[in-house]
Design a binder for this molecule. Structure first.
Ligand code: BGC
Length: 781
């Protein structure tokens, strides 16, 4: 009896201990942290993969089989404290999860939207918000908590392999686009991860490359994009980048993560690593990189040991733990949301079709070739039959289908030259067969090999030109992926077989008075100047998502006028790019990550220029800031893009209200086609005390659809602070006294209106000198 009483007592005691465990809620986070063991704290700041026993569940980097198969990772759960694992999944062009599951007949496809560079080409924050909201709904309804997007890094060089995921060479356009996207996604009560923080503008040796740059380039260009996005959208999380910046790893630098991000910009969310990013977990925690993703055992062990050895303060760890818990309580998973697995795929397909068309950039339209009056098309180029909907790697989306250009034309009232179509079908089938065994050897994050052009197409071209086909369309395609940068030959430049095809089509069709349209299904700028004379019209359709062929058909038919504008310059030649000498060029793919493989054994080495380290010697002169200042002729300038109509801009008025300038103008559709137009506002300081770019984008606004003859008033508000420059001597932002021109126009070269304003009072806003290289030298070699 005594024994039984004792036993009951012990059980009651045990039960009461269990009952006494605090269960996580938004109001008891500190209490929960107090109840956590040191081991639990070390676990929760390391992603769930570190305890994954099951290989099928762990999969490759960027994949988890847990909870939502095909997501990129999960956090570590602690059931005794009511802390669930939450789910994180890529990426910028739509949600990336596995479309099928073992033993389950339902499919889980996600809408493939246009890629980043394409969305940014719309210059339309409203439509980007809508895309974000659609993606946010898919995130929520497929049971994911955090979308690992958007990517906002600056397009420093046209060869960067991830330009397709990013937004612009200009920090304002990139930052505003990211903010619109984040606000859209998060309107559904799910999170985003603004990435890759920061200065991650090349992929070669991305895990170990050191980006070396001045404080001014950092502040004005490479951090400004993030600053705008953080301040205008308060993302739930930020993802640090793989690279070093001025000798410190991005994920290990408290200057970047605490001083600048939190103290100066007021960021209150969580910071996570990129997948396996960083080297010293103790430094990462101390720097305020709260979560290691996807999580390795050595992270956990390193943290635990460091706290035990007194090398890491438990209070520093607690700060990161708190941020993880603060994130967890915001998520749908924590709140018990019952997701449907049925997002509105139909509505999203319609949206992607519309957005893609809005982001197409019409570069050339000689003799009003477009919209096409002709319906009988001779369709050339392997890409027309094998369209590229999006880029590869984590930015890929498992979309339900891709509408090729061929299908898009056939489904929208065009007819194709049958003989040519048959030849291409046969050619593509043979190419797919040839590529199949090589394709099998490629990793999931490499892009699918693409069919070559047809060999000896001349007879087919002559026959098509002399058939009843009324117009030729030639598609040129370029794909790219993370972890690789692009090449100059056969990538930035046309391949010899593409050039031969284009030349022959142009010659034969022009001979018989028929026109040639080139469609560029590309990831980033390419060389155009040498061959553009061969085409009557050139349409950049980027990587337009799953409805691509339909969107192109809508524009060719004139159902929609293009209204996209280039978010990055198309230079005449690669040598014109200011960073050309300071960017990896034609690095063989097996030389991809030199120092990455040495780093764990011999530490960081700094010996190969552009691979181990990259000097940002061009400083703030990125893209149009450079071309406009040096007066370098370009193929197509930043902000450029034609519509099917003409527009007039007039009546520029600048009024000062407090610290703001309100810039107004009238815009009239003076042509005869309904279209939208983008008004762009640039500033230029007349007598700067430090060298400054000739022009800098300060604001922009897309008009609503204007009917022929219709006018609207556009208003763009900028503040005095927007005109500041980062002054190295003052260690801060400075507005110098003097005259500034405000310039309005439809692209960075067509600046048609100008008003002068005078700044009569100097302003200096000191900021921290965090991130300055310790030696004071930026370029060591
Ligand atoms: C990429 C990230 C991505 C992560 C998870 C990394 O390779 O750089 O952008 O979010 O994988 O898939």
């Amino acid at each position: 009896m005594k024994k039984l009483t004792l036993c009951c007592f012990a059980t009651i005691l045990a039960l009461s201990t269990v009952v006494a465990q605090p269960q996580l809620s938004p109001t008891n986070i500190d209490e929960v942290i107090k109840a956590m063991t040191l081991e639990e704290k070390a676990h929760i700041v390391v992603g769930g993969r570190h305890l994954e026993q099951n290989k099928d569940m762990a999969g490759e980097v960027g994949y988890t089989g847990r909870i939502i198969p095909g997501a990129a990772g999960v956090t570590y759960p602690i059931p005794r404290l009511g802390i669930p694992a939450i789910v994180l999944a890529d990426g910028p062009a739509g949600l990336r999860i596995s479309p099928t599951r073992k033993g389950d007949s339902q499919t889980y496809y996600c809408t493939g939207f246009p890629v980043g560079i394409h969305l940014a080409s719309t210059w339309n924050e409203e439509i980007i918000y809508n895309v974000g909201a659609a993606i946010g709904q898919e995130v929520k309804e497929y049971g994911v908590d955090i979308l690992l997007a958007p990517g906002v890094n600056i397009m420093r060089n046209p060869l960067c392999g991830r330009n397709f995921e990013y937004y612009s060479e200009d920090p304002l356009l990139a930052g505003k686009t990211a903010a619109a996207m984040i606000n859209g996604v998060e309107s559904h009560g799910v999170g985003t991860s603004l990435k890759h923080f920061a200065v991650n503008s090349q992929e070669i040796n991305r895990l170990a490359n050191d980006s070396r740059l001045s404080m001014r380039a950092l502040r004005e260009i490479y951090l400004r994009n993030f600053e705008i996005a953080v301040k205008e959208s308060h993302p739930w999380t930020i993802m640090t980048s793989y690279n070093y910046i001025n000798g410190r790893h991005a994920s290990e630098d408290p200057g970047l993560l605490e001083t600048i991000l939190r103290d100066e910009w007021g960021f209150e969310g969580l910071v996570m690593t990129d997948w396996n990013g960083g080297y010293d977990v103790v430094k990462q925690i101390a720097a305020g990189n709260d979560l290691m993703m996807p999580g390795k055992m050595f992270h956990y062990e390193g943290i635990l040991q460091a706290v035990k050895d007194g090398k890491l303060a438990e209070s520093d760890l607690d700060i990161c733990v708190k941020r993880v818990l603060e994130l967890v309580v915001r998520t749908p998973r924590f709140q018990g949301y019952k997701f449907s697995n049925k997002p509105d795929m139909k509505a999203h397909a319609e949206l992607t079709r519309e957005v893609a068309a809005e982001g197409f950039v019409l570069l050339k339209n000689e003799g009003v070739t477009l919209p096409l009056r002709e319906r009988k098309v001779a369709l050339f180029g392997s890409t027309s039959y094998n369209f590229i909907a999006g880029g590869a790697g984590s930015g890929n989306v498992n979309r339900p289908y891709v509408v090729d250009l061929r299908d898009g034309l056939l489904g929208n009232g065009f007819t194709l030259n049958e003989a040519l179509d048959k030849r291409y079908q046969k050619h593509i089938a043979a190419e797919k067969k040839r590529l199949e065994p090589i394709q099998k050897l490629r990793k999931w994050y490499e892009f699918a090999l693409r069919p070559n052009e047809m060999q000896r197409p001349h007879t087919a071209i002559i026959e098509a030109a002399n058939s009843d086909s009324e117009v030729a369309i030639v598609t040129i395609g370029r794909n790219s992926a993370e972890a690789f940068d692009r090449h100059v030959e056969r990538d930035f430049l046309l391949c010899p077989d593409e050039e031969a095809l284009l030349t022959a089509v142009s010659r034969e069709f022009h001979k018989v008075g028929k026109k040639v349209v080139v469609v560029l299904n590309i990831c980033s700028p390419m060389e155009i100047a040498s061959w553009r004379d061969k085409a009557d019209a050139i349409l950049v359709c980027w990587m337009p998502g799953q409805e691509g062929g339909n969107s192109v058909a809508d524009v060719l038919l004139g159902k929609v006028s293009p209204s996209g504008k280039l978010p990055t310059t198309f230079p005449i030649s690669y040598e014109d790019v200011r960073s050309a000498k300071n960017f990896p060029r034609n690095v063989p793919e097996n030389g991809l990550n030199q120092s990455r493989f040495n780093i764990s054994t011999i530490g960081k080495i700094y010996d190969v220029k552009n691979i181990d380290y990259t000097n940002y010697e061009e400083d703030i002169y990125v893209g149009y800031r450079d071309y406009a200042t040096r007066k370098i002729e370009v193929a197509y300038p930043f902000g450029y893009g034609l519509t099917y109509s003409q527009f007039e801009i007039s009546n520029m008025k600048v009024t000062k209200e407090g610290d703001n300038y309100i810039v107004r103008c009238a815009v009239k559709n003076s042509g005869n086609f309904p279209a939208k137009q983008v008004v762009q506002l640039y500033s230029s300081e007349l007598a700067p005390e430090v060298d400054r770019p000739a022009i800098e984008l300060r604001g922009y606004k897309k008009t609503p659809l204007l009917k022929a003859g219709e006018s609207t008033t556009v208003e763009i508000v900028i503040s005095k602070e927007d005109l500041m420059t980062y002054n190295e001597k003052a260690n801060g932002w400075k507005l110098t006294k003097g005259d500034y021109d405000l310039l309005l126009g439809f692209d960075s070269q067509a600046l048609l209106l100008r008003e002068r304003i005078s700044i009569t009072e100097e302003i200096i806003r000191p900021v921290s000198i965090a991130m300055k290289p310790e030696s004071g030298e930026i370029f060591i070699k």
